[in-house]
Design a protein around this ligand. Structure first.
Ligand SMILES: [Zn+2]
Length: 334
């Protein structure tokens, strides 16, 4: 009986009601941090479509309030650097993750969640024409993305019912489907063009600030945690926002979610879709780690690849040309 009571208390203690998200009551070790001023509970029934770039309404933000969002990740080195900057500044953001990326980097997905951020989804494969795909493809992209991120994070309740359409390629059919699934469709109020090739961190900061100011000094800002320029721009952007009197708001879902999830993910099991796919990771001899990766494409085959080969393959096929070097440690387990 006693054990049951303790277990119950622990269970209750491990769940976070949506309204008690992480508030920054000062930021330990960083008096200059902008922090997170409040959380805003976003229920899809109340906010089915968000963002004035495409819709009539955005979130009910007050003057000088900004919600920061990141799309397309996770990708360890850049997402990691973004997380470091957010932690240093006690800022909580929302990450719209791609299913295949979450499958490739489940430990990073968990790191994002355990740092107190909100996780939404952004489809399984990031097709740039989602709105024009048939209902069957829309369904599989949306559901597949959610399933992948839920599996990567290890607890379905850790994934918010927030969806951002890849490339903001909306359509009535896609929006109707998303509404039928009780998902809030997130567009944005501002972008900073951080996906442009050769854009500099300084340009990203300038565009973000100028557009936030132009949209009534508030809004949902869309960034990408997979680009080095974005990761480099973020410290300056947060500093500028603080200097201009802005406050950061974290959007959270209604309902309960786990306070934390286990840090390490189980090695991902091969699925029918997605790349790269880890079938099995094993240590061979002393330092040589071989990872079996199922390659899919014109030539379907499965083979063993060494780390060196993997680096080449992944850099060549998975990552955009200017993000060619990154940490592969989360691709396998030891
Ligand atoms: Zn995207």
């Amino acid at each position: 009986m006693r054990k049951t009571t303790i277990g119950l208390i622990m269970l209750v203690g491990s769940l976070l009601p949506a309204t008690t998200g992480a508030f920054a009551q000062g930021c330990p070790g960083n008096p200059d941090a902008i922090g997170t001023s409040r959380t805003l509970t976003v229920n899809p029934a109340d906010f089915p479509r968000i963002g004035t770039m495409q819709y009539k309404r955005s979130l009910p933000l007050n003057d000088h309030e900004v919600v920061i969002t990141f799309d397309d990740g996770p990708l360890p080195p850049y997402t990691g650097r973004v997380l470091d900057t957010l932690a240093k500044n006690c800022v909580k953001a929302t990450f719209f993750m791609v299913g295949t990326m979450a499958r490739a980097y489940p430990d990073t997905v968990r790191r994002v969640y355990n740092a107190g951020h909100t996780i939404g989804t952004h489809s399984q494969h990031h097709p740039f024409n989602l709105g024009n795909l048939g209902l069957a493809r829309i369904t599989s992209e949306v559901d597949g993305g959610i399933a992948s991120v839920q599996k990567a994070v290890g607890d379905p309740r850790a994934v918010s019912p927030f969806f951002r359409i890849p490339g903001l390629a909306r359509s009535g059919q896609a929006e109707s489907f998303l509404s039928s699934q009780k998902l809030a469709v997130w567009s944005a109020d501002e972008v900073a063009d951080d996906w442009f090739h050769h854009i500099t961190p300084a340009q990203i900061v300038r565009r973000a600030m100028r557009r936030i100011e132009a949209k009534g000094h508030r809004g949902v800002l869309l960034l990408h945690d997979i680009h080095p320029a974005t990761a480099m721009a973020l410290p300056t952007l947060l500093k500028e926002l603080k200097a201009k009197g802005y406050r950061i708001v974290q959007a959270v879902p209604s309902g309960e979610r786990p306070a934390t999830v286990p840090e390490r993910a189980e090695p991902m099991v091969a699925e029918r879709e997605g790349w790269p796919r880890l079938v099995k990771a094993s240590v061979v001899k002393h330092s040589a780690i071989k990872v079996r990766v199922a390659h899919h494409g014109p030539r379907k085959h499965t083979r063993h690849a060494t780390i060196k080969e993997l680096k080449g393959k992944v850099a060549e096929k998975l990552v955009r040309p200017h993000t060619a070097s990154f940490d592969f440690s989360s691709l396998w387990s030891d």
